[in-house]
Design a protein around this ligand. Sequence first.
Ligand code: SF4
Ligand code: SF4
Length: 95
Amino acid sequence: MNVVYIVVGAVVLLWFVGGIYRKKQRKNKIIHVVVDSCTGCQRCLRKCHHNVLDRVSEEKRALVFVKNPDNCTACGDCLSSCKFNALELIEKNKK
Ligand code: SF4
Ligand code: SF4
């Protein structure tokens, strides 16, 4: 029985430490729009709940841009919504 407690405790501890590590990693990242790949479909706008992205109209198509970079938590939710590989998380200091 003690072995079960030890295993469960170890799993919980690893999960907790992993969460802190992932949060720290994300702190240094920010979303970036690869303009050449963006079709302007706006799926990412609907996915982001932090009002980071916005739409800008161009002559032939609408693109998105990073309007509020400070709001980006680097959660990555918008990445999965983009079917065109037009979004990526980059290091903040690369911007
Ligand atoms: S989901 Fe991708 S292609 Fe569509 S607007 Fe957003 S970045 Fe552009
Ligand atoms: S990474 Fe998260 S917070 Fe940043 S733009 Fe995408 S959905 Fe919004």
